[in-house]
Ligand binder design. Structure first.
Ligand code: SF4
Ligand code: SF4
Length: 291
């Protein structure tokens, strides 16, 4: 494990994590809200580093990436933990648990890249590694270490993230990314606050990755009934994205009841299509998903 971050407070026992806007103040032994970082011996450590819960070769279209190396696949891995707590999380069995809540096995960056390289030799459509399923940034040091080795081995790095992370972390990993899909869950700060996130930080992540020459960027908005399903909000969201870059790809995706969000049914397909049309007033590339 490597790459601890955080600052020691005045009394020398509580440390504050500086990875995301939650800024968890961690007493000795305490775990952060993401359940993947903790105060270990007076510094913040990524305790979920290299602890893999899921590993699969997926088509890039499933990430989703619609306009990056179509027809290729990526070795996709997830760990556990997330700094947001979306009640509809499809991956809550890994995103909303810590080290005791799910089975995991430790994989080093070297082992991961060796496996990816072998898969690439067997099938050249397999082009790299995707950091996905839970929130990769809660153990961003693994992304940095594996991503560096992957590039040295001629493999690509793909990030799938909610993007709610502080700027210094983005600067560390952005040059390693070949493609990213970032959630933009809402145009409303209050919606992000209800999930434990910060709209401004997500927007800053999107702006930074859009400006990164080596990184192809796509964005996903899951349309949840009663949360973000109005034309006015989609108009605002797509207009903001277009101000960043009207060539950014947007996926407008359909919600299905899940985990703690079962008080509404699936998003009507017609609503997804209508909102995608609103988004197309601003953006060149808009796709619908889960319809
Ligand atoms: S990354 Fe985790 S420990 Fe660090 S501030 Fe965010 S939620 Fe807290
Ligand atoms: S940000 Fe993604 S992984 Fe985290 S809780 Fe929300 S939907 Fe789940």
């Amino acid at each position: 494990m490597s790459g601890a971050s955080g600052a020691v407070s005045g009394n020398g026992t509580v440390v504050r994590c500086d990875v995301c806007p939650r800024g968890c103040a961690l007493a000795p032994g305490a775990m952060g809200a993401c359940r993947a970082r903790a105060n270990v011996g007076g510094s913040v450590r990524p305790t979920g580093y290299g602890r893999i819960t899921s590993l699969a070769v997926d088509p890039v279209e499933k990430k989703p990436l619609a306009r990056w190396r179509p027809g290729s696949t990526v070795l996709s891995l997830g760990g556990y933990g997330c700094n947001l707590h979306c009640p509809w999380c499809q991956n809550h069995t890994i995103s909303q648990v810590g080290e005791t809540g799910v089975g995991w096995r430790e994989v080093s960056p070297e082992e991961l890249v060796t496996l990816a390289r072998r898969l690439h030799v067997e099938d050249t459509r397999m082009v790299g590694i995707a950091y996905t399923y839970n929130e990769p940034f809660v153990c961003w040091e693994f992304l940095r270490d594996a991503g560096t080795l992957a590039h040295e081995a001629g493999l690509a790095n793909v990030l799938v993230s909610a993007g709610c992370v502080n700027e210094h972390v983005i600067h560390e990993v952005a040059p390693l990314l070949d493609a990213a899909n970032i959630d933009l869950k809402s145009a409303r700060p209050e919606t992000y606050r209800s999930l434990g996130g910060d709209l401004g930080r997500v927007q800053a992540t999107i702006e930074l990755l859009a400006a990164e020459p080596s990184c192809h960027l796509e964005v996903t908005t899951l349309v949840v009934p009663g949360v973000n399903d109005t034309p006015a909000e989609m108009d605002e969201l797509a207009a903001w994205l277009a101000d960043v870059d009207s060539g950014i790809v947007l996926h407008v995706s359909r919600f299905f009841p899940n985990w703690r969000k079962r008080d509404v049914g699936p998003t009507p397909v017609s609503v997804v299509y209508d909102l995608a049309e609103f988004a197309r007033k601003h953006l060149r590339w808009v796709y619908t998903g889960n319809c």
